[in-house]
Design a protein around this ligand. Structure first.
Ligand code: SAH
Ligand code: SF4
Ligand code: F3S
Length: 466
């Protein structure tokens, strides 16, 4: 049975009416909009929809917050640091609001889905006139219209776990595009706020995804990243016989020269079928982001992750057997409540044995409302910090070794932007998503080139176009 609700055409048409209504207020005024996104790619993809709606309303986009008439922060609640930065940014706008009382300051995203933040904004940040959560994103036109027609402050943090298809979108220029395939998360890892602020898992229909991909390829995008909090459980709610591997195969068949990436995978649902499919699909990049969080089985159990260090290693071994040149990255949390030195040593061992190309390491940040926030914790901040630094040092050594192994290799690169230095004026990515700075004649963004790696550092490979 299909358990996923879709926002009805009628509801969406209603919002398009509000886009027109705002447009009639914006017309001839040359109003400008500024957006800033915190958090993950999902949030970046959401901001592109909001920018799309703003664009349809007649706003011009600006990168300068001081010249904006509409300012939006799309926020992240995953760690305290992300929340602090959002509050800091909004706080610093109180002067601007005094100077320009007509400016509309809005806040949306994951922080806006939490009651405690809504209360805080209501009480201490009067400069914010509009706040809406992740579930209300598609209602943005009607909410903005209410503010523009004189309502002092508008808050909308309600909403269902549904999917809105056909919203306008304004994507960033360049070679890369995000493509959401599902929303929400059902996993409830005990440290994580995401399931509370993003709702339950819901998948887009495969034909909608394929159509969007065809459009992206036709518009010249060359690197398309499929997004979901746990892409491996794609399709479970659709009531049709399709899983993530099937979706990959279907998308791989879309004609064109492009790379498909995806994130994030959860080790409990990553299957040999997935790796067999990746290996068989030439457009699916040989790259895997598979967060393991901790190398200790006891910590993994208390994190509610449903795999062990050993089963994780077996998955990686299988993926490497099928795709020997695959690039691997992972997320790790250091200092989960109750983590002992021995638990942490097991994380180090997993890192040492697996030899990742890239690691994202985080100090555990308690999130109120999650189970782990009330778990007893023995380690001090200094001890956690010391563990964190040991992990970084270990990983730096591994990265140096892995990067150096690319010296002299010939590789296919996708040029994706301008670099800072004059010697290597462009940035690019390998199929494995490693960062490269490139030199050579006739380079342009969005092009695949053959290149030879001339030197390597911890952060970057340096290459010459052949
Ligand atoms: N859905 C993805 C990740 C989403 S959040 C997945 O399951 O892999 C991205 C990363 O933030 C997580 O992988 C985890 O390492 C980290 N993270 C999540 N909650 C955290 C917390 N409370 N403190 C520190 N890091 C956290
Ligand atoms: Fe958070 Fe776990 Fe869901 Fe990832 S899988 S978003 S870490 S609850
Ligand atoms: Fe942050 Fe929300 Fe993403 S909490 S990590 S922006 S899903």
């Amino acid at each position: 049975m299909n358990t996923t609700a879709t926002v009805s055409e009628e509801q969406l048409n209603d919002q398009f009416t509000y886009i027109d209504a705002v447009a009639s207020l914006v017309r001839d005024k040359r109003l400008r909009a500024y957006t800033h996104t915190f958090g993950c790619q999902q949030n970046e993809a959401d901001t592109e929809h909001i920018r799309g709606m703003l664009h349809e309303m007649g706003y011009e986009m600006t990168d300068d917050v001081n010249e904006a008439d509409f300012i939006l922060f799309n926020t992240c609640a995953v760690r305290e640091h992300a929340e602090d930065r959002a509050f800091g940014n909004i706080g610093s706008l109180s002067h601007l609001k005094k100077r320009k009382p007509d400016v509309i300051i809005a806040l949306c995203g994951c922080m806006a889905q939490q009651e405690k933040n809504v209360e805080k904004i209501k009480k201490s940040y009067p400069q914010v006139s509009l706040m809406f959560g992740t579930h209300a994103l598609w209602r943005f036109p009607s909410l903005l219209y209410r503010v523009m027609s004189g309502e002092k402050r508008v808050f909308d943090i309600g909403g269902e776990d549904d999917i809105a298809e056909g919203l306008p979108i304004l994507r960033a220029d360049g070679a890369k595009a995000w493509l959401s395939i599902m929303y929400g998360c059902n996993n409830f890892c005990t440290y994580c706020i995401v399931p509370y602020v993003r709702g339950r898992e819901r998948s887009r229909r495969p034909e909608e995804i394929e159509n969007e991909l065809r459009g992206l390829v036709a518009s010249g995008y060359k690197e398309i990243t499929l997004l979901g909090q746990n892409v491996n459980s794609y399709g479970k709610d659709l009531g049709i016989d399709v899983d993530f591997a099937d979706l990959l195969r279907r998308l791989n068949a879309v004609p064109g020269d492009f790379w498909l990436r995806f994130m994030t995978s959860h080790p409990k649902d990553a299957s040999p079928k997935l790796f067999d499919t990746m290996a068989a699909c030439e457009k699916v990049a040989r790259q895997l982001h598979l967060p393991f969080q901790s190398g200790s089985d006891e910590i993994l159990r208390r994190m509610n992750r449903h795999y062990t260090a050993d089963s994780y290693k077996k998955l990686i071994a299988y993926a490497r057997e099928k795709m020997p040149d695959i690039t691997l990255s992972s997320d790790i949390i250091v200092g989960f409540p109750g983590e002992t030195e021995e638990d942490f040593e097991q994380t180090l061992r997993l890192v040492e044995d697996t030899r990742f190309d890239l690691l994202f390491t985080f100090l555990y940040s308690p999130r109120s409302g999650t189970p782990a926030a009330s778990y007893p914790d023995n380690a001090t901040t200094a001890q956690k910090q010391a563990r964190f630094e040991r992990l970084l040092r270990l990983q730096d050594g591994i990265v140096a070794e892995r990067q150096a192994a690319y010296q002299g290799r010939r590789m296919r690169l996708l040029i994706d932007g301008a670099a800072k230095g004059p010697d290597y004026p462009f940035t690019a990515r390998t199929e494995g998503n490693l960062l490269v700075c490139v030199r050579g004649k006739g380079l342009s963004v969005g092009e695949f080139v053959e290149a030879e790696i001339e030197k390597t550092t911890l952060r970057c490979l340096y290459a010459r176009k052949l």
